[in-house]
Design a binder for this molecule. Structure first.
Ligand SMILES: [Zn+2]
Length: 431
């Protein structure tokens, strides 16, 4: 710069510190424009000035120039080809656009590159993660199958051990049990049976144990409840006991169930074991009438089955007639039926009941060869109805005409009568 060169320079405004300068060289009138101390080639500015008008034009153009603020990125703050300025007057630009087109392009490119780079990095990371997880899954599945195999083997082992344990413990317990009294055996068995069950509601009790439970309950309901709720013994609840009792129905008259059972029994017996006699006896009872809430029936009224006399219906019974079957061989007896009558049953009724009973027994497979009663008058008159007299002690069998039905008087009954006679009389003579 020569001493006489013309220098025009100014700040844009107070906030903007951009320093702009125009130098017009005196020797050749060449013009140079500086923005922020950098020479810029501004579009539309002539190289040399010829008159003042030219200088005014240049001043107007440079006035609108802004320094380029660069890309705004740390990596490359300014493009190599940066114009160094921004023309605010140029259409499509404003004072806020502080970046030249080259710098803004470079900024855009760099940002895009950065974005692509980060995306790629992210993808690479994802891939790595995936590969790692695939490897991990493979490892885990291998481990899992190994463990499954182990579990299966162990389960098999446990099953075998359980079986072994069950057989061993059952045998040991049964062995130990034989040392206990019988009722205690039942209690222990019931306890072990209850312990084996997962759900206490499904417990099944042996009949002997139910009888024991019933006895305890009859003696004291409170004690029973205590033993049950504190789980001292494996006892069924009282409702369950009630259900067991209701299964054993005590009814007057012939029960088909008894004869069905006898038929089953007869099926597996030798013919010689199936012969026996029918016993019938009466006993006096005290009168009592009660209402059964479960069956909704009144108990205690005369009940002779189908043979109840009209005049005795709805009167209280005071005599029980019991029928029983006893075989000639074997130690068992079977109660067949019980009837409730007022006074002693008449010979007509007895005759019919005996006939029905004999027929039912014969049908179930047992043979009735004789009928034993005591020598009471009503029984004697029943004999006469069958045609029995002192000369003839048998009649044709009701069920099988080729056989005979024998009638027997209960000999001990004679002795009983004799004893009663002696006790009743104040004195008697023996001839
Ligand atoms: Zn620039």
């Amino acid at each position: 710069m020569v001493k006489d060169d013309l220098v025009i320079g100014w700040f844009n405004n107070d906030k903007d510190t951009v320093f702009k300068k125009i130098i017009i060289y005196k020797n050749n009138l060449n013009i140079q424009v500086f923005v922020s101390k950098v020479i810029v080639n501004v579009e539309g500015i002539m190289q040399t000035a010829t008159d003042f008008e030219d200088i005014e034009k240049i001043i107007a153009i440079v006035n609108n120039l802004q320094a380029c603020s660069g890309t705004g990125l740390d990596k490359s703050p300014q493009s190599v080809a940066c114009y160094g300025y921004v023309d605010a007057k140029k259409p499509g630009t404003s004072f806020t656009d502080s970046r030249c087109t080259v710098c803004s392009k470079e900024r855009k490119n760099m940002i895009d590159l950065q974005r692509i780079y980060t995306l790629r990095q992210r993808e690479i990371k994802k891939k790595l993660k995936k590969q790692k997880s695939i490897g991990r899954v493979k490892n885990i599945t291998r481990k899992n199958s190994r463990l499954n195999n182990k579990v299966f083997k162990l389960k098999e082992k446990v099953g075998l051990l359980k079986q072994k344990c069950a057989t061993a413990s059952a045998a040991v317990i049964e062995n130990e049990l034989t040392r206990l009294p019988e009722s205690q055996q039942e209690a222990v068995r019931a306890c072990f049976a209850a312990a084996k069950l997962k759900d206490p509601k499904g417990n099944r009790y042996s009949i002997n144990w139910i009888y024991e439970c019933l006895l305890v309950k009859i003696k004291s309901r409170k004690v029973y409840e205590h033993l049950r709720t504190k789980k001292i013994l494996a006892l069924p609840c009282i409702d369950t006991l009630g259900k067991y009792i209701s299964k054993m129905s005590g009814q007057y008259g012939f029960q088909q169930a008894i004869f069905d059972l006898l038929a089953k029994k007869a099926n597996c017996m030798a013919p010689e074991d199936k012969r026996g006699i029918l016993l019938l006896d009466e006993m006096k009872l005290s009168e009592s009438v009660s209402f059964n809430k479960k069956t909704l029936k009144v108990n205690g009224l005369v009940n002779l089955g189908n043979y109840t006399p009209e005049h005795q219906i709805n009167s209280k019974g005071d005599h029980a007639l019991v029928l029983m079957y006893q075989p000639f061989r074997g130690k068992w007896v079977q109660a067949l039926a019980v009837f409730l009558s007022k006074g002693c049953a008449s010979s007509t009724v007895l005759h019919k009941i005996v006939m029905e009973c004999v027929i039912l027994l014969e049908r179930s497979g047992f043979h009735v060869d004789g009928i034993a009663t005591d020598g009471a008058t009503w029984n004697r008159s029943m004999w006469t109805k069958f045609g029995i007299s002192s000369e003839n002690v048998s009649c044709e069998h009701i069920h099988d005409s080729s056989r005979s039905l024998w009638f027997l008087s209960d000999f001990p009954h004679l002795i009983k009568n004799f004893r009663n006679c002696i006790v009743k009389q104040s004195e008697f003579w023996v001839i």
